[in-house]
Design a binder for this molecule. Sequence first.
Ligand SMILES: [Zn+2]
Length: 698
Amino acid sequence: MRSSLLCAALISIFCLSVFAQTTTPANSEQSVPELDHFDAAKVDKSVDPCTDFYQYSCNRWIKDNPLPADEIFWGAFGKLQLWNEAVLHQTAVATAAKPAAERTPIEQKVGDYWTACIDEKQRNATALETLRPALERIDHMRSKSEIAEILAAIHLSVYGSWNPSDPETYAAMFGFGAQPDFHDTTHVIPQFDQGGMGMPGRDFYLNNDEKSADIRKSYLGYIAKLFELSGIPSAKAHADAEIVLRMETAMAQATMDVVKRRDPMNLDHEMGLDEVKKLTPDFDFARYLQLVDAPASSKFIVTTPDFFRALQQLIANETLDHWQSYLKWHLLTGSAAEMSDDFVNANFEFYGKTLFGAKALLPLWRRCVQAEDRDIGQALGQAYVARAFPPESKQRVQEMVKNIEAALSTDIDSMDWMSPETKKQAHIKLTAQIDKIGYPDHWRDYSALEIRPDNHLENVRRSAAFELHRQLKKIGKPLDRTQWGMTPPSVNAYEDPQTNTINFPAGILQPPFFDPAKDDSVNYAAAGAVIGHETIHGFDDQGRKFDENGNLRDWWTPSDAQAYEKRGDCIADQYTEFVPEAGVKQDGRLTQGENTADNGGIHLALSALESDLKAKGESLDAVGEDGLTALQRFFLAYADIWCSNVRPEMMRTLLLMNPHPLDKYRVNNVVSNMPEFAKAFGCHKGQAMVRANACRVW
Ligand SMILES: [Zn+2]
């Protein structure tokens, strides 16, 4: 239900729509950029590490690595992302060039997807015509009873209706997908979730400040622009845009806010289909379920019943032609980034520039790599794994994961605030956690998905249907804990509380995160902190509510739960702060899980490193060739992965919606809670990086 995305989620969550185009670079080996490697000499010696460790570690990086015009966020994650995409690009180009007769079925899909996506002329000539029948079908609606039928068609052709918890998805009306039963994860059941908006969340519709009003004005312009591009006369396009914004605002008012959604108890509403129908009697659920081909189920999760009651009011009160505008809008905006240049540019103007602050469109080759990774990532990613993730890397990471889990086991035993009963349960949960490293044991079967070289939008639409059907086929079947929610080249990682798994794609197990050329102190600081972070997610404010089987079950004694929450509040308060450059506040309650994971994760990485060194007869205090102790290198390498530049617009959007704190806090708040850091750099009481009220959960 929730994936605890590490940081690149900051980028990937929102980047689906941040698309662009310029020229295609050469396809040669040289077009793969250099990867960053940790270099301890790059610190800013004019800053005292005990005053601001982020500036000390990152000032030079930040100055030397200005944001490229087409980026909204630029740091170790983004640079590695670009490297991964360049590798995938080479694979796609080489596969497309292979003679058809020599290609395997997987290569046919990888090559033909690429050929269609990169062909701008074909996209410009065919995109709107491809969408025309679906648009006309909306024009021909005779009554509001047909909304369900049209919505099913949109969900089957616009990627994203299946993962409604993710703001990236912008599902029309509501989200629909398959989820493990909250109380019995051995069963997968259907889930209805709130949705319906085209902006990233309710605050964008409801906040009264000037900036929010400006964004809504741009949004209205974007809606009208897409209507005009689809052939609607200007005056009507503008009037229809007002209707869409009004309807989405009504939906926004009925949605549960991001902080309340963090508590899975608030989403735990299971009901039979009859009860679902009573929430929104004017929506034909039976027809919708039949058309999306959802297997029958006696139980449904409805995360936010109030939202579905509000939908009923909207269906009853808005006219048929208002609904036609709304549905048409979602079909258009959900397809725009995959269409012709005019649609792509309009989409970029709002999502890329207004919401995230990008100055230029991403080149077409990168948009195509990202689309192909999204649509057939387990086909495209196979060659990436072969090239970039050798068995030795997998084995070393596996060892690190085991050592970090052992560190958590020791940590649990040492907690003076937790009773033996709760400790026993925590150990059971930790032992049951499954680690997945690099790539799936079995690659996804794409044989039912048709990919052709002559029409990109059709490939995208068929891929969306394939993905929704793949998800829905899980309904009624036992939960498969081996499936991956990210593709192998993703620069990201996640913990999934319902499968009790931690997942590390090959894409993040590269320099500067995992660097076979570097020593243990650097690798534990970067990859190790990521591993520790995901491990802790199973025990953060959300994760701790799920048991070893992923069931939503309280395994804490009341007094231990209370002690936990006190510690959680300490962390939440530490991260709540107004951020002047963004003009909004960072909400420590929204970022509490990530903060807990960052603070606990680095502890685990450090104690695993210490044990590893001890086993080799080495120590954290040993001074290396660069004149630094292993402990100093550890903290510097940790800070290094968070050095970044970010656009103010992106920063503002992240602060409002994203559960991750800004990078500066991921360094300074974490180290200032740690006596080990003070020891490493000789910091003393009263200095900014030594907190008087240090927080510690794990
Ligand atoms: Zn996380």
